[in-house]
Write a protein that binds this ligand. Sequence first.
Ligand code: PGA
Length: 254
Amino acid sequence: MDKERKLLIAGNWKMNKTVAEAVSLVEGLVRELSNVKEVDILVCPPFTALYAVSQKILDTQIRLGAQTMNENNYGAYTGEINAGMLKEFSVRYVILGHSERRQYYKEDDALIAKKALAAHAAALKPIICVGETLAQREAGQAEAVIGKQVEGSLAGLSADQMEETVIAYEPVWAIGTGKTATSAQAQEIHQFIRKTLAKMFGEAVAKKVRILYGGSVKPANARELMSQPDVDGGLVGGAALEVRSFSDIVKNSI
Ligand code: PGA
């Protein structure tokens, strides 16, 4: 596929996979995908499997990401993990503000913006998630909600930092539900996000930023979604948990 920006296909493993299971999954992915250079490939295991997975992807094209991090450097934040700790495992990316974090852990745009700054300070690339609920879409508020999330979550980033930031559009109603946004719905929102970025950071920066689609991405719908001009990759949940389905999504996106 001839794209303006190199596609990034990221697997968000969420709270799944023991170390042994994570190793077996990543070994399969290395077997299937080690020669793929056309798209960037990222896996985001749970914290407990980061080290083991990092050892299996040395000298491969597969990159490592985390699913969240704390915005502080060190200190009395029981249960939390900071950017420096992630860097020890060769983590390059960190998902921030996933809708599950927004919903269950009350993360808001201001907190996500602090986390994004902390990630950049450690040279980690944030993948910042935005997306509307079904009620918001049905009330005609999708763009208003997403515009506010984009502005709030990216507040304070410099243009240089924005170029090293990834956005993921994940309609909440499409996550884990089997309902995918149509490629036209995805394109419409991706284009809107890019326009918002252009207003905030200028046209040149907006053109460089990768905007991923997430929400029930499967091998069967990957090609159609990825062929949209403003869709620059996918953030894959359920289908990232099996070698076959994740590899097929990557291959169908090329
Ligand atoms: P899903 O999850 O692919 O299972 O819908 C996507 C995500 O939440 O990142």
